[in-house]
Design a protein around this ligand. Structure first.
Ligand code: KG4
Ligand code: ZN
Length: 357
């Protein structure tokens, strides 16, 4: 089963060819970052226009790299949500055209489920076999920060989510405060790595505990950073290599990573999970990866950094493994975009006998 996966929900135009949900024959990702960077964030109109320009050439590259012709494809998978409406429309319409022209199924994929299945794309046992179920999945990206309990294909339960900014969004806004580039996550990480740990400890920021809840909140740490930066006179006049900026970046990164690790491990304890799975752009953060592995009592599965950020392969993998539903296995020309799509039943709906004692 050879699936072509298409991803256009945000600012990456991505197409991949994946065999049996695991073997990556090709994965081409066209980043729009240069078009959005001057605005310090993603401009939806620009995103749609760039997807329109880039999708066809990236589709051709993905087929060529995979040494695949369109008639070798068994299905087309596409992200239908969540994401930017205009951006999703470009991918979904392109996918419909292909599926119709080739007379093969169109599989609709939830972007968040895609981030989970990125971990299926590598060699070795699947996360389902090792560490095994249930898995606590931390999905942290520019638009989402969610803790999901996975008990099987298509059996996901929402345990917690951010009440304000997504973790990636917080990184992006913090980078703007510090006069760093976009996207902010990799920039904060790069600058933070120029300071040593003892220096980073000079700047401490709070993280939101939120009682027993597994929800997150990043607005407090963002405000604390803004206040401290203004106290220290951080502004565009400071040199890029400024130690003050590096300490602030490191302190901010520590606080966000700490919150993500604490809540994930609380979820593991509450649900007797056998493993932790990381996904989404923020999972590319090296401190988060290190800290989660260092502190977790159970095995941590983290896809390669390039599979954590948006890509088409995760979409193809999710389409292959997700429990077949009438929607997923039919050619749905009436498939609409679902910009506000969510993942997982509410945790209060976890069947009682599945709750850990
Ligand atoms: O999953 P993704 O590629 O797109 C969305 O679905 O949003 O995530 C992008 C987000 C951005 O906010 C970016 O700043 C963040 O992931 N990000 C990182 C790192 N790499 C990307 N955040 C922290 N550290 C990183 N190394
Ligand atoms: Zn994403």
């Amino acid at each position: 089963m050879r699936i072509l996966g298409i991803e256009t929900s945000c600012d990456e135009t991505a197409v991949a060819v994946v065999e049996k949900g695991r073997a990556l024959l090709s994965s081409i990702v066209g980043s729009q970052v240069a078009f959005h960077a001057p605005f310090g964030g993603i401009v939806p109109e620009i995103a749609s226009r760039q997807h329109l320009l880039a999708l066809q050439p990236i589709y051709r590259q993905a087929l060529a790299k995979a040494k695949t012709t369109p008639k070798d494809l068994d299905a087309i998978a596409v992200t239908v949500g969540p994401g930017l409406a205009g951006a999703l429309l470009v991918g979904v319409n392109f996918a419909k055209g292909l599926a119709l022209g080739l007379n093969i199924p169109l599989l609709s994929v939830n972007h968040l489920e895609g981030h989970i299945y990125a971990a299926w794309l590598e060699d070795g046992p699947t996360p389902m076999d090792k560490p095994g179920l249930p898995l606590v999945c931390l999905l942290a990206s520019g638009g989402h920060t969610e803790l999901i309990l996975m008990r099987g294909h298509g059996r996901q339960y929402l345990l917690g989510q951010t009440r304000d900014d997504a973790a990636g969004e917080a990184f992006d806004k913090a980078a703007r405060v510090l006069g760093l580039g976009f996207p902010g996550g990799p920039e904060i990480q790069r600058v933070a790595e120029t300071t040593d740990l003892s220096a980073a400890k000079k700047e401490r920021f709070p993280w939101a505990r939120m009682g027993d809840s597994l929800d997150f909140s990043f607005s407090g740490v963002k405000t604390a950073l803004r206040r401290r930066a203004s106290e220290l006179g951080v502004g565009p006049h400071l040199e890029e290599g400024s130690e003050v900026v590096a300490n602030l970046a490191a302190g901010f990164q520590n606080a966000v990573v700490h919150a993500l690790v604490e809540k994930t491990l609380a979820a593991v304890r509450q649900h007797n999970a056998r493993g932790v799975l990381l996904g989404g752009g923020v999972a590319a953060n090296s401190l988060l990866r290190l800290e989660m592995v260092r502190r977790s009592p159970v095995q941590v599965v983290v896809p390669r950094p390039d599979l954590c950020t948006d890509n088409g392969a995760m979409v193809a993998a999710a389409a292959f493994f997700r429990a077949p539903t009438p929607v997923s296995l039919s050619t749905r020309m009436d498939q609409d975009i679902l910009p506000g799509l969510r993942l997982g039943l509410d945790s209060k709906d976890v069947p009682r006998h599945l709750h850990s004692a």
